[in-house]
Design a protein around this ligand. Sequence first.
Ligand SMILES: Cc1cc2nc3c(=O)[nH]c(=O)nc-3n(C[C@H](O)[C@H](O)[C@H](O)COP(=O)(O)O)c2cc1C
Length: 193
Amino acid sequence: MNVKEATEKRRAYRSLDPVEIDDDLINDLAHVAQIAPSCSNSQPWRFVFVYNKEQLEKLFSTLTPGNKWVEKSSMMIAVFSTPKDDCVIKERMYYLFDTGMAVAFIILRATELGLVAHPIAGFDEEKAKEILNIPKELRLITFINIGKHSSEVNPVLSENMKLGEKQRPPRKPLSKLIYINEYGNKFIENRIE
Ligand SMILES: Cc1cc2nc3c(=O)[nH]c(=O)nc-3n(C[C@H](O)[C@H](O)[C@H](O)COP(=O)(O)O)c2cc1C
């Protein structure tokens, strides 16, 4: 699978089947994050790879009600960082940007391996940090939930989420996102296949 194929294939699926988690998989995903770019090579990202059943159960209790589907994950990768570990240039903080790029690398590699890697924001940060022993001063940004896409739609999903299993949620047209040469000079959509 090339990068373009991985970007097309990647989806935030919510119907998950279990996958086997071993050191090779963790090493593989950790490595692609390790070589991601960052401002001044700051490498602000930190991860806890959680696949111990008891620990997963505890993390499930931190999820928002709409994220019950996460309970089928075989691994939750906690992603955390702090502005102190990355560039701040005239109030532009790069820690979330750089950590996001490392997360994107993990998601694309997981996709290439035939896995679902679905990031979430819906969890209780304080509670989850306590469970994982993450120091107070660090921000827990997301969990990347790992599984395999199930052919059976998870019954806990809302109707909208069920629809999302079948088709990618709509995107804004490029004419609303992209300008050429200066702001306001709209791009005329011409999709490259
Ligand atoms: C930062 C971030 C937070 C998200 N949080 C949640 C979440 O809490 N629950 C959920 O079901 N999906 C969550 N998603 C998934 C998005 O809803 C999904 O990416 C979006 O609807 C587009 O669908 P697609 O990724 O399949 O193309 C999150 C995605 C990102 C990048």
